[in-house]
Design a protein around this ligand. Structure first.
Ligand code: DC
Length: 218
């Protein structure tokens, strides 16, 4: 078994930024499980499926193969052999991933891939259900969160810096809706594992969060 660090938390809490830095400092592999759900979401979108077409989503799982690789240390996601990493962050993909990830067949499809990676390697894995469901015996569990206002502000700034027109209220509402969906679904909902350490990054710098987490690791 590898040494496993699980980082869960809501959308926009900074999980991937923090997890990547922790992985780099510790020399572990970073595994972004949200990207896997986004990879499957691209498969559904390519087939013209709408987020509410559950039966079609279940059926489409049969001919989807998601795999993961690394180029210069950066995680790449392959869908049926095609590298689709550059498409993962699109808004429609995030929306489809958030809705389709509530379908049990979608989650079952990715569970073995996630567990096998953690079995073979030292990993920092981030997602929504890593400490509660995917790796219940992880060596370190973190629940990383921040207020809705803070997460919306960070996202707003990020988009503006990229020159993308955006509206703060719409971003805040989108984050709120995603939280509600992720936390209230029947299967593997987002919640803090009993033995996870709560880190609220609202008033912390990135360096402070990384230090708090690496301080808990071997
Ligand atoms: O972290 P992210 O925004 O890239 O994740 C996209 C969606 O995938 C998110 O809305 C919820 C889902 N997800 C999940 O259900 N379980 C995980 N372990 C990771 C992501």
């Amino acid at each position: 078994m590898g040494y496993n660090i699980a980082i869960d938390g809501p959308a926009g809490a900074g999980k991937s930024t923090i997890a990547k830095l922790v992985a780099k400092e510790k020399g572990y592999i970073y595994v972004d499980t949200g990207a896997m759900y986004r990879g499957l979401a691209i498969h559904f979108l390519k087939k013209g499926i709408q987020p509410d077409e559950k039966e079609k989503i279940i059926d489409a799982c049969k001919d989807a193969e998601v795999s993961i690789g690394y180029e210069d240390g950066a995680q790449q996601i392959y869908l049926n052999g095609e590298n689709i990493t550059s498409m993962l962050r699109e808004e429609a993909v995030g929306n489809m991933a958030s809705i389709s990830s509530a379908v049990p067949e979608v989650r079952a499809k990715l569970l073995d891939l996630q567990r096998n990676l953690a079995k073979e390697k030292d990993v920092v894995m981030d997602g929504r259900d890593i400490g509660t469901h995917v790796l219940p015996n992880a060596d370190v569990k973190i629940y990383l969160t921040a207020s809705v206002e803070c997460r919306a502000n960070r996202r707003f700034k990020e988009l503006r810096e990229k020159g993308i027109e955006c509206n703060y209220d719409e971003i805040a509402q989108d984050i709120q809706e995603r939280d509600t969906r992720d936390m209230n679904r029947e299967i593997a909902p987002l919640k803090k594992a009993d033995d996870a350490v709560l880190v609220d990054s609202s008033d912390m710098t990135i360096e402070e969060v990384v230090k708090a987490i690496t301080g808990l690791c071997r």
